[in-house]
Ligand binder design. Structure first.
Ligand code: SF4
Ligand code: SF4
Length: 348
């Protein structure tokens, strides 16, 4: 059984007094195992999104870690799809635009300029024997995972497990979680520049007349071509097998935490129906609950869900995404040893 600490607070209250987070860290002691360089796993929010974790909430966390002689830095990975976070330059510019620069700590996009830098973690699970994790984590053994609890169109909800699994994977790892098949070239959009042929490491793209074509049998799913095509002609074939995606995310979360000391904070405030990858301003769909702290990613996500259901007196996660068995993510995460759903709730 793992301890989960809860501070009930609204978004506005926290904005007025963010220092409360440092008090919670002091009481919960969740950062006690973190050493030296600490990756603060964060989501900077897509361009146009306004519900991502407010950088003002991070000041007390950064100061608390520095006071304890730790070296925090902001850590994130590039997205699989094209947007404002597809490469590290655009991504860091966006992070500055969203106010994260004022924290005055390094921002590291862990899978490199184009999302292709990864290292392999062997896990030998049902879906993956080997996972592809952002290269920068290779030399980092401490991570504080800061997750905004939101709804999600593929997994029902997204919080600590999703932030770990999808959020720490390189582009190749993200593609592997999302689908079994190669990307696809849209013939109408392809202008025949053949950049994709030059960059493909597997010689899996060939010329057919004046267009490019992906040979599925040769493709190794590295996903490099997706971000390199200047026309945006190469698309992901998204999978909608919800339970399988949730299980794959849990396996990647297992890989991201393997041989690493991690602590977790879930921000269950300003919770929107979809995740912070949405490029539009969204309104919350659940009342503000507060902030949770734990050393266990499964416990903190389970406690967040239980407390939200109790607060709303119904299940808003199921109501928003009725087609998804969202508990599958937690059940599978527990089954593979990522953590436990049994928790001891301590209100602070
Ligand atoms: S990079 Fe894009 S536009 Fe150029 S050949 Fe490949 S698919 Fe076509
Ligand atoms: S995903 Fe990688 S291997 Fe497959 S076609 Fe694109 S660049 Fe080539």
């Amino acid at each position: 059984m793992a301890d989960v600490f809860l501070k009930r607070i609204t978004y506005d209250e926290l904005l007025r007094e963010p220092k409360i987070i440092a008090d919670c860290l002091e009481v919960s002691k969740v950062t006690k195992n973190l050493k030296d360089k600490v990756a603060l796993k964060i989501h900077f929010g897509e361009k146009g999104n306004t519900s991502y974790i407010n950088p003002n909430f991070l000041f007390p966390i950064v100061n608390f870690l520095k006071k304890n002689n730790l070296k925090p830095f902001l850590f994130e990975t590039n997205t699989l799809y094209r947007g404002s976070r597809t490469n590290a330059i655009d991504h860091i510019n966006l992070a500055f635009g969203h106010g994260f620069g004022k924290l005055n700590i390094p921002i590291i996009i862990g899978d490199g300029i184009s999302g292709n830098d990864s290292f392999q973690v062997v896990i030998n699970k049902k879906h993956f024997k080997t996972c592809y994790i952002a290269e920068a984590l290779k030399d980092i053994d401490s991570m504080l995972v800061l997750s905004h609890f939101t709804g999600h169109m593929l997994t029902g909800f997204g919080a600590a497990i999703k932030n770990l699994g999808m959020g720490c994977a390189s582009r190749k790892g993200k593609l592997a979680q999302h689908c079994d098949v190669s990307p696809r070239i849209d013939e109408k959009k392809c202008k025949g520049c053949f950049i994709c042929i030059k960059i493909c490491p597997a010689q899996a793209i060939e010329k057919r007349a004046d267009k490019s074509f992906i040979i599925n049998e040769k493709c190794i799913g590295c996903a490099q071509c997706i971000s390199m095509c200047p026309q945006g002609a190469i698309d992901i074939v998204w999978s909608y097998e919800y339970n399988i995606i949730s299980e794959r995310i849990a396996e990647y979360a297992f890989a991201a935490t393997k041989d690493r000391n991690c602590a977790y904070i879930n921000f269950c405030i300003f919770m929107t129906k979809e995740c912070d990858c949405m490029n539009k301003e969204k309104k919350p769909y659940i009342k503000d609950l507060g902030i949770l702290f734990s050393l266990d990613p499964v416990s903190i996500d389970k406690a967040s869900i239980d407390l939200i259901i109790a607060l709303e007196a119904n299940d808003p996660i199921k109501e928003a995404h009725p087609q998804i068995d969202y508990l599958c993510q937690l059940n599978y995460a527990q089954a593979i040893g990522l953590g436990t759903q049994d928790y001891n709730l301590i209100e602070i």
